[in-house]
Design a protein around this ligand. Structure first.
Ligand code: DGY
Length: 295
């Protein structure tokens, strides 16, 4: 058994070397399992990922080779919905900007409370558009109900959820004060929120993304945010992670950025680890994985 203990991410070349001769792999969402890695390992039987998303794995190539792929659904739903709402509130009320202001020593008598001082955007009573009404999207909707928000949602296969109005995606973008992205990244959702769709949003709207960076065109988002065509964004995920320090989004004061911590509570990470380990152990015993994406 080969175990990567860090420090940091396992580089692709290291994964290639460590996997040689292994029948199974327990990996994280930071490990790229592409077709060439799968091809280079004819003995590989299963991949258990400690994540619900499996966009880091070429599932098509794995399935074609008969490799079973497991994930960790369900256990991170509420934690990730909390993170979506935390980003929504932080971006709406400019919390990070205000925190930097205080710590930076700028809160002085000549620069203090005034009627327009750090004014943000009301959440209570506003319209929230949820893009992707899966388990996390529905958990975000439940939180929104507590804030008296009107909730619109778009899902690729329409879903009937009480208290949520199903609408077309373009209509949702045009009508929402807040937009929360809660869907998986795949061929059909890559760049779903592109320049044209961002332009449909209200100028004072806030975009929140805790799912995958590749769903939003980041350059178009940075342009919209820096030209007052969008009020703010709360982003936990980026197309490339770790996000490069000089990324255009990171220079904008109206962006709240976090390092893919949507599911990062101790309890949830333990549940995810247990599920991934169980998937691995069952596969090792030759049994079906309890949570398999390509049965
Ligand atoms: C996942 O499991 O796919 C999440 O992105 C982790 O936060």
């Amino acid at each position: 058994m080969n175990i990567w203990m860090g420090p940091g991410l396992l580089p692709a070349a290291g994964l290639h070397d460590e996997l040689a001769g292994c029948e199974g792999l327990l990996c994280l969402l930071t490990d790229r399992i592409d077709a060439s890695l799968i091809e280079a390992n004819p003995q590989l039987r299963f991949i258990a990922s400690m994540s619900v998303g499996v966009d880091h794995i070429d599932v098509k190539a794995a399935t074609a080779r008969g490799i079973v792929v497991g994930n960790t659904p369900g256990v991170l739903v509420e934690t990730t919905a909390d993170a979506s709402f935390a980003l929504l509130l932080a971006a709406a009320r400019r919390l990070v900007e205000a925190d930097r202001f205080v710590r930076g020593g700028h809160w002085r008598v000549e620069n203090a409370w005034s009627p327009e001082f750090f004014t943000g955007k009301d959440v209570a009573g506003a319209t929230l558009g949820i893009v992707g009404l899966g388990e996390v999207g529905q958990a975000v909707a439940r939180r929104a109900a507590g804030f008296g928000m009107k909730v619109l949602a778009w899902n690729r296969t329409p879903r009937n959820v009480p208290g949520v109005e199903a609408v077309e995606l373009d209509e949702l973008l045009a009508a929402s004060d807040f937009v929360s992205i809660n869907l998986a990244l795949g061929e059909e959702t890559r760049n779903l929120i592109d320049e044209r769709r961002l332009a449909l949003m209200k100028r004072d709207a806030v975009l929140v993304n805790t799912s995958r960076g590749g769903i939003v065109d980041e350059q178009a988002l940075a342009d919209a945010l820096s030209h007052d065509r969008l009020a703010a964004a709360g982003l936990d995920v980026f197309e490339r992670e770790p996000v490069p320090e000089d990324h255009p989004l990171l220079s904008l004061p109206n962006v709240v950025a976090t390092p893919h911590i949507g599911s990062a509570t101790e309890a949830t990470r333990i549940k995810m680890a247990d599920m991934a380990a169980l998937n691995m152990l069952e596969a090792l015993r030759g049994e079906p994985m309890p949570h398999c994406v390509n049965p």
